[in-house]
Design a protein around this ligand. Structure first.
Ligand SMILES: NC(=O)c1ccc[n+]([C@@H]2O[C@H](COP(=O)([O-])OP(=O)(O)OC[C@H]3O[C@@H](n4cnc5c(N)ncnc54)[C@H](O)[C@@H]3O)[C@@H](O)[C@H]2O)c1
Length: 322
């Protein structure tokens, strides 16, 4: 079964392509390589193209017998979205509408969509369940929320069968080290700590005045291989049930920035210079998922998301990364 994977040259997309291939699917990566890399596309063909290029999309749907789409492609930096909101609405919202038009034309109604905990904004309670109000506080989060609404409206008319997956913090790397996180600039916590250690440069800690136990922000880290597995289960769900799905993907446990720094020091046996800096605009104090719905509906069990495993796999990857 051929699956179009937009953003398959990126971090989560490449791990999912590996797993799709292992399970007997053929992943066709569609990616403009704006933040992704050719070297991460190893488990199926790469079509270099932008989501907003209708002609390229049509050609791709005509060239392969595509059954479903897993849609990762997006700009995904909260801070950048605050500075350049139009880029985010153009790339993420217009890009997805262009993809949906191509899917409609080629009669492909199944889509798994990478949404985000950023759609919840500042949570009113944690753990966050799927029915928590969605009040995004950045253009990035808003772009994801808008796409969710488009998908759900189309689903009402049975024009599309969406699986909406709201990830919390993706982290870690493939256990064979064939793929991993390679972002420039890197905005995620664990790679930033590890890269600071590796390159002996200071680490900037944004905010010690949050209302958390140690004053640093708390997040829910989910191993990227567990995320990949959830995509396959969600794909099976929409193919079989023809019912829209919307689930959080996290572990249900929160860890503070300070705890992550301590763990990275312990695992790497190295020191790290910390520079305390003010909070970043739009950073909530705590984001922790309730993952009960994903556990119940998808029978998904995170297997790789123990914190030690996340940090160790990421450390091994960053030491070896090209
Ligand atoms: N990494 C996380 O912790 C996290 C958390 C929540 C949601 N997400 C979402 O998951 C998805 C994947 O995230 P990631 O960390 O792997 O990001 P990534 O930047 O590594 O991957 C995104 C890929 O999409 C491609 N792309 C972007 N815009 C495109 C366009 N217009 N046309 C074609 N290709 C395009 C990029 O080149 C890149 O390969 C994104 O949609 C992101 O918003 C990620």
């Amino acid at each position: 079964m051929h699956i179009l994977v937009t953003g398959g040259a990126g971090y989560i997309g490449s791990h999912t392509c590996k797993m799709l291939h292992q399970k007997g699917f053929v992943p066709i990566t569609y990616d403009n390589l704006s933040t992704g890399h050719k070297y991460l596309v190893q488990w199926g063909p790469l079509v270099e193209g932008d989501l907003r290029d209708q002609a390229k999309l049509s050609k791709t749907f005509a060239a392969y017998p595509i059954k479903a789409v897993i849609h990762f492609a997006a700009k995904a930096l909260v801070g950048e979205s605050m500075k350049n909101p139009l880029d985010y609405y153009s790339n993420n919202v217009l890009g997805t509408i262009s993809l949906l038009e191509a899917m409609k034309r080629h009669e492909v109604p199944y889509i798994i969509f990478s949404s985000s905990c950023a759609t919840y904004g500042h949570p009113m309670e944690v753990p966050i369940t799927e029915d928590h109000p969605q009040k995004p506080i950045s253009p990035y989060g808003m772009s994801k929320w808008m796409i969710e609404k488009v998908l759900l409206d189309m689903a009402l008319k049975q024009q599309i069968y969406p699986g909406i997956l709201r990830y919390f913090n993706a982290a870690g790397a493939d256990s064979d080290l064939m793929t991993g996180e390679d972002h420039t600039p890197e905005s995620h916590l664990i790679p930033n700590i590890l890269l600071s250690i590796l390159h002996k440069r200071p680490f900037y800690l944004f905010g010690r005045d949050f209302s958390t136990k140690d004053g640093t922000a708390v997040r829910d880290y989910i191993h990227v291989t567990d995320l990949a597995a959830a995509h396959i289960l969600a794909l099976q769900w929409i193919l079989e049930k023809h019912t829209p799905l919307c689930v959080n993907l996290g572990t249900g446990e929160g860890f503070s920035v300070q705890q992550m720094i301590d763990l990275c020091r312990k695992i790497t046996h190295k020191e790290l210079e910390i520079i305390d800096s003010p909070r970043r605009e739009g950073d909530p104090a705590i984001l922790v998922a309730s993952n009960q719905k994903a556990l119940d509906c998808l029978k998904w069990t995170p297997q790789y998301s123990q914190l030690d495993n996340i940090v160790t796999s990421a450390w091994e990857w960053h030491k070896k990364k090209p």
